[in-house]
Design a protein around this ligand. Structure first.
Ligand SMILES: [Zn+2]
Length: 439
């Protein structure tokens, strides 16, 4: 049975915006997109006053941090980490489950259909990766969790306390187990794993290098934090005698199978290398602003040829986790850096969709509304008091008040309808979160 969504504006992100168009879904794929009414049989839903877009893609997150919001409010990144590591060291399955449910519910309710998560705190005896994968499955979001790692504790010159780092053999055993059990390379996959040592100041050179070799043997993607703050640059110059990106390149970490969070502090030469190697960037504009890290050179990276997706980052450095709002934040940050013509509304939407799909290696299946792509899509009501009267629907979405979608479909299934989460009880999720956060 075909499902026909029509009577709405449609921003395909593949080149066309229709003021009045249709999208048709059969099973979990898009089978037609175009202007006007769909000339065929199926179950029709008229979405007058709405804009249909591809589902948004979140490229960087730490779901567990949802339980530790509002701490270290005036801190730099390093001060903030040092205050929070001991709190995070006590995480367990129950806390992660509550935090992941709340974080993924916030993403779905803000129009995100595919989420990545970077989890790197693994106390012994807790099967945390499994917990968040189960939660993603329950809530019905497409999920790209990263098996993170840290092996450079404070006694070896790193930033995290020794109690939260793992030894390298345990890390590689965990990488293998995660890939064997959860990674699905097949078309339409709902769960794919990436490998993600945490950052230059919490991971040894050996772990970085060996993780890259191992990921390439297994054909999976690589992720880490990069060039987030000036303190990180100073750390790398002192410890490795190189700037962060030089260090990364030296370890074999630039390439089209890598995407990196932040990349705020890049030289012109480094921006060009990102473009040449098609290395992806997860831009987290609210988190960078919250920590006063700086403004990433997003449009110079895009012009150089690098994919730049958006991320909400962990909720301890962005007390909100709604991806819809990051479109506006990305556009405002780009214009603060580059002036009023630096980024268009259409470009902001493209970052959150097509570029996000490129970062996660899913460009062939996600990120645009085109025939053959997976049915991950969102419709936003734009004729209510918040958005009515803004002439251009994409501008209404990006520049208007924080958008919350009326409907969200993931893999052909309705997950949000009438602006309500259908796959979970939001009040119960909030109660559970409040309980564990208190603990
Ligand atoms: Zn992060």
């Amino acid at each position: 049975m075909k499902l026909i969504l029509e009577g709405a504006a449609v921003a395909t992100v593949a080149g066309d915006v229709y003021r009045d168009g249709h999208v048709v879904v059969e099973d979990n794929r898009i089978v037609a997109v175009g202007p006007g009414r769909y000339d065929g049989e199926g179950e029709r839903t008229v979405l007058r006053g709405c804009l249909i877009t591809p589902g948004l893609i979140n490229c960087h997150h730490h779901l567990y941090q949802w339980a530790t919001r509002g701490l270290a409010q005036q801190a730099t990144l390093f001060e903030w980490l040092v205050e929070l590591y001991p709190v995070w060291a006590r995480i367990d399955e129950r806390v992660l489950r509550a935090a992941a449910r709340a974080g993924l519910a916030a993403l779905l309710r803000s129009g995100c259909t595919t989420a990545s998560d970077h989890h790197y705190v693994f106390p012994a005896g807790q099967d945390l990766l499994r917990v968040e994968i189960e939660v993603a499955r329950e809530l019905g979001i497409r999920f790209h969790p990263c098996r993170g790692s840290m092996d450079l504790g404070v006694s070896q010159g790193g930033l995290p306390p020794d109690s939260v780092v793992e030894d390298r053999d345990a890390i590689f055993a965990a990488y293998t187990a995660a890939l064997d059990e959860f990674h699905d390379p097949s078309p339409g996959a709902m769960c794919r794993i990436a490998l993600a040592p945490c950052s230059p100041f919490s991971v040894t050179r050996e772990l970085m290098r060996e993780t890259a070799v191992f990921a390439r043997e297994r054909g999976v993607r690589l992720h880490t934090h990069m060039a987030e703050t000036v303190e990180e640059e100073a750390f790398c110059l002192e410890r490795f005698g190189m700037r962060p990106v030089e260090y990364l390149e030296d370890l074999g970490w630039l390439g089209d199978d890598v995407w990196l969070a932040h990349c705020v502090h890049l030289s012109d030469r480094e921006i060009a290398r990102f473009g040449e190697t098609r290395t992806g960037v997860a831009h987290c504009p609210s988190s960078n602003a919250r920590l006063g890290a700086g403004i990433a050179p997003v449009m110079p990276l895009v012009r150089a040829g690098a994919p730049v997706g958006l991320g909400v980052d962990g909720a301890a450095s962005n007390e909100a986790g709604e991806l819809g709002g990051e479109l506006r934040q990305a556009l405002l940050a780009a214009r603060l850096r580059g002036g009023p013509a630096a980024m268009t509304c259409a470009q902001a939407l493209e970052l959150a969709t097509l570029h996000g799909a490129r970062c996660l290696g899913r460009e062939d299946e996600l990120g645009t509304l085109e025939v053959g792509k997976l049915a991950d899509l969102v419709w936003w009501r734009l004729d209510g008091i918040d958005h009515a009267g803004i002439d251009d629907p994409v501008a209404a979405l990006v520049l208007g008040p924080r958008p919350m979608p009326e409907g969200v479909m993931v893999d052909g299934e309705f997950v949000v309808g009438n602006s309500e989460l259908w796959s979970g009880d939001v009040e119960e999720i909030a109660r559970e979160l409040a309980e564990v956060a208190l603990r």
